[in-house]
Design a protein. Structure first.
Length: 131
């Protein structure tokens, strides 16, 4: 029998997605704005963290654990990449393309990747050969 989730400061305990949603903006803001390291360092920090999670999965770490860790890290990584494309602030040196251009770029990249995977089927495991 499954236990009901408990609430802790508006976040459901036992719901990693809810916890991640509550923590993601704060991590990006701390690394980029409050620590004053800029977008490039922020992207590097979250990118290296994501690479370490992938390495851990490759070395045998649990699929569920690594999925949720990657889920938590990709939010601030995507936000930092979006900010570097959209914003043009002096201390953080963004490109300044604006929200609409950034959204257009992200949609184009997502559609391109989905189209690529649809055509090549590289995301599917190889079919088992029956003897």
């Amino acid at each position: 029998m499954r236990r009901p989730a408990r609430r802790l400061s508006g976040v459901v305990v036992g719901d990693p997605g809810g916890l991640a949603a509550a923590l993601l903006p704060q991590h990006r803001d701390v690394v980029v704005e409050h620590a004053g390291v800029g977008y490039a360092v922020s992207i590097a920090v979250f990118g290296v963290t994501l690479a370490l999670i992938a390495l851990a999965r490759g070395l045998g770490a649990g699929a569920v654990l690594t999925f949720w860790l990657a889920f938590v890290v990709t939010g601030p990584l995507g936000a930092a990449v979006g900010d570097v494309i959209a914003r043009d602030s002096e201390p953080h040196s963004g490109l300044g393309l604006g929200a609409i251009s950034t959204s257009t770029i992200f949609v184009a990249v997502i559609l391109g990747l989905v189209g690529y995977l649809t055509v090549t089927h590289r995301d599917r495991p190889p079919a088992k050969v029956r003897a």
